[in-house]
Design a protein around this ligand. Structure first.
Ligand code: ADP
Ligand code: ADP
Length: 223
């Protein structure tokens, strides 16, 4: 589902964030990405989302060579990849429903289909009864679940998350990770950047660790 071939990323003026990185993530795998702050985790995720382009090397997502994808095709690509952020990036002046509906509106879905899909996504994260609320009135864990519903509402085959439990206590963090497991169990490939090592130590998934833009261990698929 994801393949990096000798990928390097150097930011203008900065030192290199990724250094000749090669790895792959299989279809339907669930993988954790760890490493200290500055190790290159966010950069790796941004290359998959095409928020950045590699300085050299090639990134493939679901068989597509991203180097060959023109800027015009980026919105389409982004719709196929669900993304969850630590700070949710929710719109607080809109309802839960509207937040989750946003990717569908942008993609041009008909209102009837929007309603059906938004409720299906809210149901999966256990928030069907909160659709009319403002995210401000929800707890941190609930807000993160709204972010997850928004990430999966387009039914992406690939789900990325950057520190999705960063601000949550251990109990809520475990619940959020369990949600990702549930999506993985129905066929979604999941890649989660986290530095919550104690949380993932108890989970049976590959852990790929980065250090200074290179893979320290876990670069090989375990499926
Ligand atoms: P992590 O997510 O593991 O903390 P990042 O991918 O954010 O790591 O950062 C990797 C390295 O690249 C760091 O040295 C960081 O300062 C640098 N970096 C990240 N984004 C930028 C940017 N937009 N411009 C310049 N340097 C950046
Ligand atoms: P994280 O460690 O979670 O990646 P950071 O606080 O390092 O978060 O980075 C936040 C944002 O700033 C990211 O979009 C990252 O790409 C950007 N960034 C990080 N380091 C630099 C840098 N040296 N110069 C410019 N932008 C940077």
């Amino acid at each position: 589902m994801i393949q990096f071939d000798d990928v390097s990323k150097r930011y203008p003026g900065g030192h290199s964030a990724l250094n000749h990185l090669s790895f792959q993530v299989d279809h339907n795998e669930m993988v954790f990405l760890t490493g200290h702050s500055g190790a290159g985790k966010s950069t790796l995720l941004k290359l998959i989302m095409m928020m950045e382009r590699p300085t050299s090397g090639q990134v493939f997502v679901d068989g597509k060579n991203l180097n060959r994808l023109s800027s015009r095709k980026i919105p389409q690509h982004r719709r196929e990849v669900g993304v969850v952020f630590q700070n949710h990036q929710l719109l607080f002046d809109r309802t839960v429903f509207d937040n989750v509906a946003l990717p569908l509106i942008i993609a041009g879905f008909q209102p009837r289909d929007v309603g059906r899909r938004v409720r299906a996504a809210l149901d999966k994260v256990g928030l069907l009864d909160k659709e009319k609320k403002s995210p401000v009135t929800l707890s941190g864990g609930e807000q993160q679940r709204v972010g997850i519903a928004r990430a999966v509402v387009n039914k992406p085959k690939l789900l990325l998350a950057d520190e999705p439990t960063g601000n949550l206590d251990p109990q809520l963090s475990a619940e959020i990770m369990h949600l990702f497991e549930q999506f993985n169990q129905v066929g979604v490939t999941v890649l989660i950047a986290t530095h919550d090592l104690s949380l993932i130590a108890r989970m049976p998934y590959r852990v790929m660790s980065l250090q200074e833009g290179q893979i320290l261990h876990g670069g090989v698929s375990t499926l």
